[in-house]
Design a protein around this ligand. Sequence first.
Ligand code: EPU
Length: 419
Amino acid sequence: MEKFVIEGGKPLKGEIKTSGSKNATLPVLAATLLTDGVCEIRNIPKLRDTLTMCKLLRSLGKTVEIGANKVTVSGSVNNHVADYKLVSTMRGSFCVLGPLLAKLGKAKVSMPGGCIIGVRPIDLHMKGITALGVKSDFEAGYVIARAPRLKGAQMYLGGTFGSSVLATANVMMAASLAHGETVIESAACEPEIEELGDFLSSMGAKIEGQGTPRIIINGVRKLNGINYKMGPDRIEAGTFLLLAAAAKSDILVRDAHYNHLLALIDKLQMIGVDVQKDGADIRVKCKKTLRPANIVTHPHPGFPTDLQAQYMALMAITPGVSIITDRVFPDRFMHIAELNRMGASIRRDAGVAIVEGVKKLFGAPVMASDLRASAALVIAGLVAQGQTQVHRIYHLDRGYEDLDGKLTGLGARVYREKE
Ligand code: EPU
């Protein structure tokens, strides 16, 4: 196991490049199961999660060649069992369910289980595939599903906490090869779903409305191979914007999709950060003391839950009081205790975090609990006085490509050490 050692308080400046989107890559890789053609996908971030998805595709019969930020998938799927060992380590792998059903008419996929950010049920996935005519059972921790021929249907996929990204992805992929028309109402509108829709369209699927709450899919008999380039990771870019604000820096975030980050950018501008679109990049300048502001996370286009922890790190050093509510994952607050170890003043009261901004954070040994919490601790460590050690950085390696290298390029002092 490795840890990050961060010498805090170094001035940060310059350019930082955004990698391809992790959360778009995972369903896109799953979608390659839908074709026997060759799929060449570029700008894939080299991450633990994308490698796990490649391993899963191999275990299902596909040939997967992994290059530098490029993955080529070929061959036919010949196994319908998605193993516990691979699915349990990463929830994103549950979205092989839809493609397996579409291609083989059967699937046995390990249930992804809960995780540190909340319970994370799968009822919306099951509702969606059941509407397409799938019969399913739960047995020994697996979903066992069967449907000789999927049939298009209208369905409502809204849940208690809003729409579901991966349930929408599962249904879109299954419906692409189903017989007839599928209409998903209250579909997830996240840019990752829009990208999956574009990917499926380029494979020959008949799909419209991706990126809106109503997606219409007319099933086709066959999908083709494709050459495709993944778009940038909005959560990684948003993390860099928040880092620039926290470090009071002038940073150019390269290859960042401004329109995918409007909720964050609006909030940053409101609290006094200068954020400008600069072609395909975003420039962020922050020289002064900021004002605090509350956030409530919501599905896209609301403030993303995946940036909540990093925003909390910024509020921890912004004078005044802010209230942070996560309506997507109401228990996603494991980072509070670790930020407090660094001198932050944050308390949790029922479903909200109340942050009283302090003048300074101090370096400390802290424990990464999940991917985005880890990013928050790195931001805190970079602006803290003294040395911070972030333990268990395998969480970061799941979702941030070469983060230490990229931060070093800005002038940060961050290095890896064995635990
Ligand atoms: N939900 C249900 N029933 C379901 C599915 C979800 O009630 O069947 C609830 C969840 O418990 C949650 C809400 O609906 O309260 C939204 O969950 P969603 O299904 O949208 O999450 P997901 O698709 O499992 C993806 C991302 C997460 C991101 C969420 C929300 C991937 C691989 N994961 O998860 O990313 O937080 O959408 O935007 O795309 C991360 O990258 O750190 C991460 C956790």
